[in-house]
Design a protein around this ligand. Structure first.
Ligand SMILES: Nc1ncnc2c1ncn2[C@@H]1O[C@H](COP(=O)(O)OP(=O)(O)OP(=O)(O)O)[C@@H](O)[C@H]1O
Length: 631
């Protein structure tokens, strides 16, 4: 086959795709607004999104109404057909009545099918893909702005579920109201009108039936809503426990010999079960009540119809139409209950989701926040207080000045506040008192993006994404060339092992994907990738929080020179428990209970015989390693 026939076939294949794409593109999945926080109230949340896709929802309203009308027309025409067959002569039926019969065929074949297909296209091709995605996209864009603390207080899986389910629930809710409920209402109104035309008494019965139906719904709606909300809450709790168990699977394997995790998950499942039972009890009660009501309505209309027939006031066809309409109402009422139940569930899911999605981030860029160009690296803590929102403790009246180009280490016992100081500097938390200045500017007056761009961070937990190794390194500098990525990997002593790696799907080297949080690599390998990423970022301030803790001394020695070179001209703040890794730095700041207790060089602090000297003695066993001793 020639290239041109290939192209021709490809363009023909594209045609239906383009057709669908045009329809599916009516709602832009990535549309967004300027609104910083999404509405917290579930109703407002629904309306906020409905307003963003008015056109498709108006279409849905029209098709929903038409579906109800066509349905009523169809049942009416059954009566008409019965009457016609009753009157007409078989031999002349087609000759005399072909226009009406063709009209009926058109109604069944063309009109009904077109309306149904139209409704399906609007719902399935326009709203489901585009609208669901749009809600999820807007939710994601706001949730990702939440500060670190937000994620510390919730399960990642739970947050993700709320975004996924929230998008679906808003779409389902609106579709259900505009299509199912609206088509049902149209049908009820038309059926009642048609029955009134036959006999007002039949119309009255249906009107009374509808009033009773509404009363049942009204009575049970709040109960269903409460039970629905409880189910959603319990589902989240259960889901959270499952995610927690699977996320920390190693801890479970190592420590859970007594199968406590079973009990914990079982407890969650039991809570969910109890909530579901309350919900299903309410549903069964509704169904029982509706079935009795429907039975009464069908029996009454049937009796009235047959009575009228005996009196000769209505035709056989009218009985067929009347019974057809009320049987259809009976079927629809069950289906409506299902819809209303879905509606309540969706509403509860939305309420649950807005609790997470519609929250104003506790840390935001100030109005007119400045964008910092490359910093010199002068960091100043002025009388900083921070207690993680509690009354006291952690960091109290903390002052520290780190000069540009200074290489400093934070040292201190576990829990002294080293990581907290680093997190405050990165504005992962906001200070509760005092201020932190970067090159003389309060970090709260800078955009978070430009502030964090000044820092290259390697922490104990290297935070790798579930992507290729290349993407993980390039995360430090988007758009970096392949050569730059490989160079960074070499400097981090990572290149040699990277070229050997293969993932489960057979991708090799830099293309290999690291598992969720990099589980398929060793701790030291992950840390080297993180170091490569930091090297590539080339930020003016480096934060090495136990950056080499997972490396053996050989690998550490291999990258030491490169680390040294990278540190040149940069401000460095290191945190390490292994004092030998930081003893050579310019300045060691010793913390205890959130306060600076000593400040000086290694030699000065050893001579001082204070806390540092004690820590040092404990770690070095009383001896000074060669490299430090030589200084
Ligand atoms: N998210 C948090 N919420 C509440 N308290 C916290 C939080 N994170 C840390 N803390 C508390 O703050 C104190 C300082 O913790 P931090 O992690 O800063 O110490 P650290 O010196 O880095 O300790 P380590 O050397 O063990 O890593 C500790 O008492 C800790 O319990």
């Amino acid at each position: 086959m020639t290239a041109s026939t290939d192209r021709h076939r490809a363009s023909q294949d594209d045609k239906p795709d383009r057709f669908w794409r045009r329809i599916e593109g009516v709602i832009d999945p990535f549309h967004d607004t300027e609104q910083e926080v999404l509405p917290k109230d579930a109703w407002r949340f629904i309306l906020y999104f409905a307003r963003q896709a008015k056109g498709p929802f108006v279409l849905l309203l029209i098709t929903g109404g038409l579906v109800g009308a066509v349905d009523a027309g169809l049942y009416w025409s059954i009566g008409w057909l019965v009457d016609l067959l009753d009157r007409a002569e078989p031999a002349t039926l087609f000759a005399e009545h072909w226009p009406e019969l063709v009209g009926l065929l058109v109604l069944v074949f063309v009109i009904r099918a077109s309306v149904m297909v139209g409704a399906a296209v609007v719902e399935q091709q326009i709203i489901v893909p585009g609208f669901f995605a749009m809600v999820r996209w807007q939710a994601f864009r706001r949730v990702i702005e939440q500060p670190y603390e937000f994620y510390q207080n919730d399960f990642a899986g739970r947050i993700a579920t709320k975004i996924m389910q929230g998008g679906e629930a808003v779409g389902d809710f609106i579709v259900s109201v505009l299509q199912s409920i609206w088509s049902f209402l149209t049908f009820v109104i038309l059926a009642t009108s048609l029955l009134i035309a036959l006999d007002p008494l039949m119309g009255l019965v249906v009107a009374l039936w509808f009033a009773g139906y509404l009363m049942i719904i009204r009575y049970l709606l709040p109960r269903l809503r409460r039970a629905g909300r409880a189910t959603a809450d319990q589902r989240s709790i259960f889901n959270g426990r499952l995610v927690d168990a699977f996320t920390n699977i190693v801890a479970v394997k190592l420590f859970d010999s007594g199968r406590r995790e079973h009990a914990f998950v079982r407890d969650g499942l039991e809570g969910f079960f109890n909530a579901v039972v309350r919900l299903t009890r309410a549903i069964t009660t509704v169904r029982a009540a509706v079935n009795f009501l429907n039975g009464a309505m069908m029996a009454s209309v049937g009796t009235i119809a047959v009575w009228n027939w005996t009196q000769g006031t209505i035709s056989t066809g009218a009985i067929a139409a009347a019974l057809g309409l009320v049987f259809r109402l009976n079927n629809m009422s069950g289906w409506m209950m299902f819809n209303i139940n879905g509606l309540i569930r969706s509403y509860a899911t939305i309420q649950d989701a807005t609790g997470t999605i519609s929250v104003l981030p506790a840390i935001r860029d100030a109005d007119g926040a400045a964008t910092m160009a490359r910093a010199k690296g002068d960091i100043r803590f002025e009388n900083v207080t921070f207690h993680y929102g509690k009354g006291a403790g952690v960091i109290e009246g903390f002052d520290l000045h780190v000069r540009p180009g200074e290489r400093m280490a934070l040292v201190g016992p576990s829990g002294a506040g080293k990581t907290t100081i680093v997190n405050l500097m990165l504005r992962l938390f906001d200070v509760e008192g005092g201020r932190i200045l970067l090159d003389g500017q309060d970090i709260r007056t800078l955009t978070q993006g430009s502030l964090r761009a000044q820092f290259g961070v390697v922490s104990q937990e290297p935070m790798l994404m579930h992507r290729s190794i290349r993407d993980n390194i390039a995360y430090g500098r988007p758009g970096a060339s392949e050569a730059e990525i490989v160079e960074a990997a070499r400097r981090a002593a990572a290149h040699d092992f990277i070229v050997e790696v293969a993932d489960q799907k057979g991708r090799k080297g830099y293309d290999a994907h690291v598992g969720e949080r990099g589980v398929k690599l060793s701790g030291g390998q992950r840390q080297r990738i993180a170091i490569a990423r930091m090297m590539l970022k080339d930020a003016p301030i480096l934060i090495l929080d136990e950056a080499t803790s997972a490396l053996d001394s050989e690998v550490e020695a291999a990258i030491q020179d490169n680390l040294e070179r990278m540190m040149e001209g940069k401000t460095v703040i290191a945190v390490a428990h292994r004092l030998s890794t930081i003893a050579a730095l310019d300045r060691l700041v010793v913390l205890d209970e959130g306060r600076i207790v000593e400040d000086g060089s290694h030699a000065e602090l050893v001579a001082k015989r204070g806390l540092y000297a004690q820590l040092w003695k404990r770690q070095s066993g009383g001896f000074l390693p060669g490299r430090i001793a030589a200084e």
